[in-house]
Design a protein around this ligand. Sequence first.
Ligand SMILES: [Zn+2]
Length: 161
Amino acid sequence: MTPEDPQNYCMRGHRVHALAPNEIKEVAQRVCEIMKIKKTSFKGKRSEQLISRFEQYGIHVDVIADEEWIDATRATVDPQKAMIYVPEKFYSDLCRGRAEAIRIFLHEIGHIVLGHRPLLHFAVENPREAEDSEWQADYLADSIIDLLGLPKFDKQMELKF
Ligand SMILES: [Zn+2]
């Protein structure tokens, strides 16, 4: 891996408090311990049990009817309200244990557990990858996937690579 040139780093999300990879990995581990997330948590009916466990911790998943879903994204999150919004189609992919849906779901969980909110920055330095909320959420999702040994791609997707 080549380190990003800090001068050229292009932010994908909000600029947030910087987190090092190790700090994110620690959060990933704690989330798995507290929420009792295992490799098998995304199998069949267990996804629904996992989602109700998140509800107990104040993280809510709001399933929106497909025809009412106008967002171009697969899922969306309001970290301050700890609300994840998904269309029915995505929810059924998640409950079927589709790797892509799991990663997106864990990414949205990442925005919540990492406490993302845009910061007002008056810093003169250019933003760094470690301050990018999208990079942090991706890193958290991948940390959980690695930790649990979840599949990274769906079978259908593997054909494309
Ligand atoms: Zn995101």
